[in-house]
Write a protein that binds this ligand. Sequence first.
Ligand code: 13P
Length: 257
Amino acid sequence: MTDRKDLIVGNWKMNATHLDAIQMIQKLHYRLEVEDYDRVDVVVAPPFTALRSAQTVIEADHMLIELGAQNAHWEESGAYTGEVSAPMLAKLAVGYVIVGHSERRQHFEETDQDANRRARAVLANEMTPIVCVGETLEEREEARAEEVGLSQLKGSLARFDVTQLGSIVIAYEPVWAIGTGRTASPDDAGEMASFIRERLVDLGNSEVAASMRILYGGSVNAGNVKDLMAKKHIDGALVGGASLDPDKFAAIVRYRL
Ligand code: 13P
């Protein structure tokens, strides 16, 4: 048995206005019981424009839902038109920030070094980075999933000390499973999570690696979550599409082994 508490994060991506967000969060809140939060940390990551409204509704109704953001720049402030900094997010009671998502890598040419700089800024502002890694279909077919995952891990986690490493969440999201309805099999996802944990031992030590949460992401839904979460080294999920529907997301949060 481990004492890692499950973490389920809804990544809304570029969906929902601030008005939609208020409704979605209220609905999610009403569908969850206090006991659900004893078992699972529940996080929603709306677009930047909805964070302030989300924070307000969460605080006003004393909800236990936590707030995440989908990215953060590494500088605190300055001439970076269009960017949002980690201190700005921390001020909005954001607790988690996704970095190195494959869509950032794919569409905005972000690198492991970018993910590393972002994660560093997130940690410096006392939030938890969710560092995403995962192979493309081509890489999996060439049997390079582990090699790619390892190189992304090493690059994104470069030069963190052991204490910092222990404050990071890793999300394994195979690119071919994102938004495709094609989930990695629980065995494949579990093996990759186990591989990642072994590499975290090398990057830190066994104690810190055992304490870190590893999430799976890629077409997670209420029907497949249980088998994925049954895997020893998978400690939660990063959910895209299904997190936009409060009924579906609540059902994912409420899975029972
Ligand atoms: P889907 O759940 O829509 O496949 O998205 C996964 C994801 O990218 C979460 O970050």
